[in-house]
Design a protein around this ligand. Structure first.
Ligand SMILES: NC(=O)C1=CN([C@@H]2O[C@H](COP(=O)(O)OP(=O)(O)OC[C@H]3O[C@@H](n4cnc5c(N)ncnc54)[C@H](O)[C@@H]3O)[C@@H](O)[C@H]2O)C=CC1
Ligand SMILES: O=C(O)[C@H]1O[C@H](OP(=O)(O)OP(=O)(O)OC[C@H]2O[C@@H](n3ccc(=O)[nH]c3=O)[C@H](O)[C@@H]2O)[C@H](O)[C@@H](O)[C@@H]1O
Length: 445
């Protein structure tokens, strides 16, 4: 098959690599020329484990190429994959301007029957809207198919090559056959639905995962008050096959380019048909509050943060990515700056993106975890990079000014902390919170 992928973000690049690796001839297109120039130079605009090698391999086999010439690329393709962004509008609704623009450009370039396969996350009814834009601008035949993407950043390559399932929303048998054939080498678990159901499956899946996270975070907050350990609670719950163990890690809440925007969008989709999605509204509200768990604990220890040196370990919204979109770190750092703290920050790969994206000034960016901790009055761990969980706590204890460790992701276990001098606070594990305030800290130091 000859395939054109429009958009070289996570979804576009990883799909492009996947389909070329399966033997198809794939061209990835982006209107952002700087991204295409980088890709042509052999650089990858995003950090994603395994992606660079796969791109190199498929380019060298002449199955994968990059261009900013959408029209030419569309003309030579049989399948056009739409993978452009669908960010939030101020009211939470999905902004479809990039989709509409891309579709218009595709329609104008059409030179015969093609399948338009939408991988971007789009509200229910959007693929019908895409078909109507196409019909207005071209006399050629086409089919529009919804194939929502379920990859996670940080494990995008693995998720794409070994998906739990593929959902194909399609209203036409000929297109169904071609798109099923395209995906068959990846899994036998292909679920064919109507287009609207496929669009809904994507939002419902993300909303359900976000619900699990907010649920366990609320349980964690209660655990702190009743003296239970949320990690034990999650383990005990997760062994029930009806519940499952995943997405029950309590912490500082979910971030990223998708859960926050997709939960907001689903609330709006419901609102547009006069349905108040009360449960999902609560999920979003719980998530917005949860990030302040870290700053609240810091305030419990110090009451006043003026002139205190606070270390931030981790800026990315999750490990193994440099993505900081909607990362809880942004609001936490902003809050601490407002409270007068002096901040030393470190992330293994997301610092440059954080600097540009957050626009927060006056931070000291450090070269490694130890350097960031030197002279610190408290370390706040916000992203569970291995570099942090593997740190030598004895050495760490020697470089900090005051040994306070606030673990927003519950990465340290009790055994590791026993012989360290750290006052350790985590999420939903109250028996770990060994000391309560600055006076007590001064007494032990
Ligand atoms: N990032 C992720 O992990 C996942 C994202 N999704 C969904 O996939 C979609 C894409 O997300 P990302 O890959 O994160 O995108 P992104 O926002 O990182 O990149 C989108 C790219 O599309 C390009 N673009 C926009 N309009 C264009 C046009 N007319 N012609 C050519 N290029 C154009 C932009 O320049 C940009 O490089 C979104 O709807 C998102 O919700 C779904 C699953 C996972
Ligand atoms: O639509 C999307 O873009 C994608 O959104 C998520 O993927 P992603 O945002 O890349 O990463 P996740 O691993 O889901 O993590 C999202 C956030 O939830 C947090 N999280 C996750 C799991 C958990 O138990 N607890 C928790 O706080 C993470 O720290 C992170 O901030 C979904 O998992 C993907 O299936 C989906 O395709």
């Amino acid at each position: 098959m000859r395939i054109t992928v429009i958009g070289t973000g996570y979804v576009g690049l990883v799909s492009g690599v996947c389909f070329s690796n399966l033997g198809n001839e794939v061209t990835c297109v982006d209107k952002d020329k700087s991204k295409i120039d980088m890709l042509l130079r052999g650089e990858v605009p995003i950090f994603e484990p395994g992606l660079k090698d796969l791109i190199e391999h498929n380019v060298s086999e002449n199955r994968l190429s990059f261009t900013s010439d959408l029209s030419k690329s569309v003309k030579s393709a049989e399948i056009i994959i739409i993978a452009v962004g669908t960010p939030s509008l101020p009211n939470g609704e999905a902004n479809l301007q990039y989709i509409e623009q891309a579709v218009r450009e595709v329609a104008v370039a059409l030179n015969g029957y093609k399948i338009i396969m939408t991988k971007s996350t789009v509200p229910v009814g959007t693929n019908e809207h895409i078909a109507s834009i196409m019909s207005e601008l071209t006399a050629h035949n086409f089919d529009v198919v919804s194939v929502p993407e379920f990859l996670r950043e940080g494990s995008a390559v693995k998720d794409t090559f070994h998906p739990d399932r593929i959902v194909i929303g399609v209203n036409n048998k000929r297109a169904e056959q071609q798109i099923c054939d395209l995906h068959k080498p990846l899994t036998e678990n292909i679920i064919v639905t109507d287009v609207r159901s496929a669009e809904m499956i994507k939002y419902a899946s993300n909303a359900f995962l976000a619900t699990k996270i907010s649920f366990i975070n609320e349980v964690a907050n209660i655990c702190e008050k009743v003296g239970a350990d949320v990690t034990m609670v999650a383990k005990g719950m997760g062994q029930d096959r009806r519940i499952g163990p995943s997405f029950l890690s309590a912490g500082i809440g979910y971030g990223g380019s998708c859960f926050p925007k997709d939960t907001d969008a689903l609330i709006q989709i419901a609102g547009n048909v006069e349905y108040n999605f009360k449960l999902l509204r609560a999920v979003v509200e719980v998530n917005k509050d949860q990030r302040f768990n870290v700053t609240n604990k810091l305030m419990d220890v110090y009451r006043d943060l003026k002139d205190k040196t606070i270390t931030i370990w981790g800026l990315a919204f999750k490990p193994n990515t440099d993505d900081v979109r909607e990362a809880p770190s942004i609001e936490i750092v902003e809050t601490l700056v407002k409270l007068g703290a002096k901040l030393k920050v470190y992330d293994p790969i997301a610092m440059e993106k954080f600097r540009v994206f957050s626009g927060i000034v006056g931070l000291e960016y450090c070269n490694n975890a130890m350097e960031a901790a030197a002279g610190s009055d408290a370390i706040c761990l916000l992203t569970e990079w291995d570099e942090f969980s593997n740190i030598d706590l004895q050495e760490l204890g020697k470089v900090v000014r005051t040994p306070v460790l606030i673990d927003g992701r519950n990465v340290f276990d009790e055994n590791k902390l026993v012989n360290s001098k750290f006052q350790y606070y985590s999420i939903g594990r109250p028996h770990f919170n060994r000391l309560k305030n600055a006076e007590e800290l001064e007494r032990v130091n």
